[in-house]
Design a protein around this ligand. Structure first.
Ligand code: 6GU
Length: 230
């Protein structure tokens, strides 16, 4: 898989992919991740990427030309219709559909993902109308730019690439994959300052432990995320 990030802050990503599962997946050749400077696709002397909004209002808007040029050079496509199913071009913006485990799983099947980092003031709407395959938000809160969201999308995708996780089963048993939060985990010591590990986990009775974990996952989901049970 190839991941290309288009951003006005390429240095933001300098060490971001050098840790944990993402580092291992890169080292194993499962994914190649590059952060590109949007300014490199400008053609004017001052490398201007933004301009004032038509109709007035606060803030600046990212211009369409450098973004269309970036996607053309990274994918050969000039419009959404020319983007093959093996590639996805994603605009990160608070106006997008929300990232879910299911959407991350769809992205993880593709050969190339281009992530375009918006800025919160806005991106010329012709990018969303005519260029990208998906407009994605990571949740209902405002970030100053798409860069932190790009980190989130990359992490969620990369760990779903076959071979990226240590044990092939771990992705399937986690939170959200079966519509519930993960069950609670404990390790030694069994008694930490009077806080005890549930006795059942110390017994080695695997069938009963499975039952306990299922019930504990349901209880935790009901408490923290009742929306997932509806
Ligand atoms: Cl993708 N971008 C920005 N600017 N804010 C967000 C977001 C993205 N997702 C949630 N909030």
């Amino acid at each position: 898989m190839q991941i290309d990030i288009v951003t006005i802050f390429p240095d933001y990503f300098r060490e971001a992919f050098d840790y944990g599962i993402v580092r291992r997946a890169r080292a194993a050749g499962l994914v190649e991740i590059k952060a590109h400077d949007l300014r490199s696709w400008t053609s004017d002397k001052h490398k201007v990427v933004d301009d004032r909004p038509f109709g007035g209002g606060d803030g600046m808007v990212l211009k369409p030309e450098p973004i269309f040029a970036a996607v053309k050079s990274l994918t050969s496509a000039s419009r959404r219709e020319e983007i093959p199913p093996a590639k996805r071009v994603v605009l990160l913006s608070p106006q997008g559909k929300q990232l879910t485990q299911s959407l991350a799983t769809e992205f993880a099947k593709r050969e190339q993902i281009v992530l375009i980092c918006g800025r919160y003031e806005g991106v010329d709407e012709r990018v969303a109308e005519a260029l990208v395959t998906d407009e994605v938000s990571i949740g209902d809160y405002v970030l100053s730019g798409g860069e932190p969201a790009a980190l989130v999308v990359v992490d969620a995708m990369v760990r779903l690439i076959p071979g990226a996780l240590g044990s092939e089963t771990s992705a399937a048993t986690e939170s959200f994959t079966d519509g519930l939060l993960d069950y609670p985990h404990y390790t030694r010591p069994p008694d930490f300052e009077g806080l005890r590990v549930p006795e059942i986990l110390l017994t080695g009775h695997h069938a009963e432990i499975e039952q306990w974990r299922r019930a504990a996952a349901e209880a935790k989901t009901k408490r923290n995320r009742p929306d997932l049970l509806k």
